[in-house]
Design a binder for this molecule. Sequence first.
Ligand code: SAM
Length: 231
Amino acid sequence: MSYSVSPIGFVRSCFKEKFAIPRQPQLAPAARGVLELIAPFDNGDAVQGLEQVSHVWLLFLFHLTLEDKPRLKVRPPRLGGNQSVGVFSTRATHRPNGIGQSVVKLERVEAGKLWLSGIDLLDGTPVLDIKPYVPYADSVADAYNRIADSAPARIDVSWQGSALIQANEHGQRLDEPLVELIEQCLAQDPRPAYQQPSPERRYGVRFWDVEVHWHYPQPGSICVLEVVAAD
Ligand code: SAM
């Protein structure tokens, strides 16, 4: 038996690569993007009423990590990447049908476009459906998850030399909260847990159209070295 689904739109996101995307929505409120709806959903009728909603659930495809062979166990980064657990006990991207779900803030709506913040979605992510967040039903006061019991610990982020000025300038040009985006994403410590960073090692990622470079002057803290236009 097989069924087919098709996207209702695609996300234009600040995140141009998987590295340094927060592991869940809401962890970086400055992470913004636009969901561009495709026909027939680009008609204003489809989003009529959404202006009364602060947050939406997005159901989407992990289009970059789709796999033919289903995995039963995965090693979530949350557990350091060396402990395996059942796929259905995690929010890992490697999963049957490759479906992701995120609650994101709806900043603005117009026919064919939803402006979003707090996203954890890669640029180009195909979205399968949008549903309004329903606080009385979706927020469970006594819920627990002993695998992921609280938001990941944050690490300190500082700025070297003119890096902060560069980030401010690019942020103004883009009309985006770029300084906050960098601080919020790097505070999640994007480095894989198994890598022990030496102070000499430089890391980099692209947000919007800029490259951000940083290093770890000591374990547990990040210093942003430069923010430059991407090639
Ligand atoms: N909130 C969603 C969920 O629970 O289904 C996603 C959680 S998943 C752990 C978050 C990670 O998915 C991000 O850190 C990013 O690396 C990855 N990701 C985001 N969009 C993706 C896409 N379109 N294809 C593949 N991986 C993606």
